[in-house]
Write a protein that binds this ligand. Structure first.
Ligand code: URA
Length: 434
């Protein structure tokens, strides 16, 4: 294979043959194509795009760069949910045990935080002792026994994505529809799924800033996944405002437990129930979405998913007593500071981007790929658009590692919140389903 001529073809907007794509993905994964040449190819793809056949070939080549999970045939469908990433987006945490209790098998392979968006693995690792490193055989075994496993990509699963993503991250080639489609679906197809629900986010804190871009990505993912035999739907959801009232790894685990106990914020519950309802309908377990919602609400209220969550912690090496003690204890961050409203009125804006950046800079996310996460920092008790706050009342609580970090956060957060005399016009969280 002459990779230089393939780069030139893509640069000149000529489509690449499936065999050529398979070949360069496996050569790159094996270390036989240098990063500088792959970076040029990624930039050519970023500008020229890929047609459906090229995107399919890239996705399948990436999936087949490593091990693919194989589940024994049985009545419980194998399902998963994937979000394109946001601030405060903790849906996977309460959803996975709920799905297991609804009779699904959920081998959830998740990622770490990217930029300002949080990652499920970082959240789970704020639980004392919890490991997210499971070998593929263990993921299958645990999913068969418990109904769920929540783990990271292993060295042997989709290694092509790991290498390509690292390169995209530092070459400005992340927000490309074919590259995101291939990256997400290669991992999901490697799980051996029957059905997938996608949460494609748009807004200030999402990869896709506008609803139009999010719809294009959602359509691309749904079309390709369906063509590969996975029943797939994508919800388009708003990421201008953080999801729920807590953002930051441990604070989000706490809020997820509240959701599993029938408490917690309504927007989080709405998304969790919607994901479950879609999967129930997609797999033919219920005839309508409303019936799916009803079943999911009843299951959540039964308390079984909360017990399943504890079983998950134990199965993945977590210390359940230490976890319960941490839940019941005072905030774990060294400094907790209140941010108060300067005036009375309705909250009209609560900017997810500013909040995400502040949490990242408090140590809750990564500035470099070697940054060490501080699990307990973040914000909670966040005031959301439509809520009223009088002057002096709380807009949020800042959990910081030091007093000077808390000062920095308070100054920057002052512009994240806006208030007005009139209530804002609130749009639905789930804008559409593709
Ligand atoms: N999430 C992924 O897994 N890959 C992307 O390219 C973007 C978001």
């Amino acid at each position: 294979m002459n990779f230089l001529s393939l780069i030139e073809s893509k640069r000149e907007n000529q489509p690449l043959a499936a065999a050529a794509i398979q070949s360069f993905v496996s050569e790159f994964t094996a270390g036989r194509i240098p990063d500088y040449q792959m970076a040029a190819m990624l930039m050519a793809i970023f500008f020229r795009g890929m047609n459906t056949e090229e995107t399919r070939a890239l996705t399948l080549a990436m999936r087949d760069s490593g091990e693919v999970l194989k589940f024994p045939a049985e009545p419980r469908p194998v399902v998963d949910k994937h979000s394109t990433g946001g601030v405060g987006d903790k849906v996977s945490l309460p959803l996975a045990p709920l799905l297991a209790c609804l009779g699904f098998r959920v081998p959830m392979i998740s990622g770490r935080g990217l930029g300002i968006t949080g990652g499920t693995l970082d959240k789970l690792e704020s639980i004392p002792g919890f490991t997210t490193q499971l070998e593929p055989a263990r993921i299958v075994e645990q999913t068969q026994e418990l109904g769920l496993a929540m783990a990271g990509q292993t060295a042997t699963m989709v290694p092509a994505d790991k290498k390509l993503y690292a390169l995209r991250d530092v070459t400005g080639t992340v927000p490309s529809v074919p590259l995101i489609t291939a990256s997400i679906l290669s991992k999901k197809l490697a799980e051996g799924l029957d059905a997938l629900i996608m949460d494609v986010k748009f807004g200030t804190a999402a990869f896709m800033q506008t609803e139009v871009q999010a719809r294009e990505l959602a359509q691309s993912i749904v079309n390709l996944a369906q063509a590969c035999g996975v029943k797939t739907r994508a919800m388009l959801t708003d990421m201008n405002t953080p999801l729920g009232c807590a953002a930051g790894n441990w604070l989000e685990v706490k809020e997820s437990v509240e959701c599993l106990e029938g408490r917690g914020p309504n927007d989080l519950k709405e998304l969790v129930i919607a994901c479950a309802a879609h999967l129930l309908e997609q797999t033919g377990r219920v005839a309508t979405l409303d019936a799916g919602r009803e079943l999911a609400v009843r299951c959540l209220a039964s308390g079984e998913p909360r017990l399943k969550w504890d079983a998950l912690i134990v199965a993945q090496g977590g210390d359940l007593d230490a976890f319960q003690r941490k839940l019941a204890a005072a905030p774990a961050a060294p400094v907790v500071r209140e941010l108060k409203a300067q005036r009375s009125g309705y909250v009209t804006r609560c900017d997810a981007r500013v909040i995400g950046e502040v949490i990242r800079d408090l140590g809750g996310g990564r500035l470099t790929k070697d940054s060490v996460i501080q699990p307990d920092v973040g914000l909670d008790l966040i005031a959301k658009p439509g809520e009223q706050r009088r002057a002096g009342e709380l807009l949020c609580r800042i959990h910081a590692p030091t007093a000077s970090d808390a000062d920095m956060a308070a100054t920057r957060l002052a512009v994240a919140f806006e208030q007005a005399d009139e209530p804002p016009l609130l749009k639905p969280l789930i804008r559409d389903v593709v």
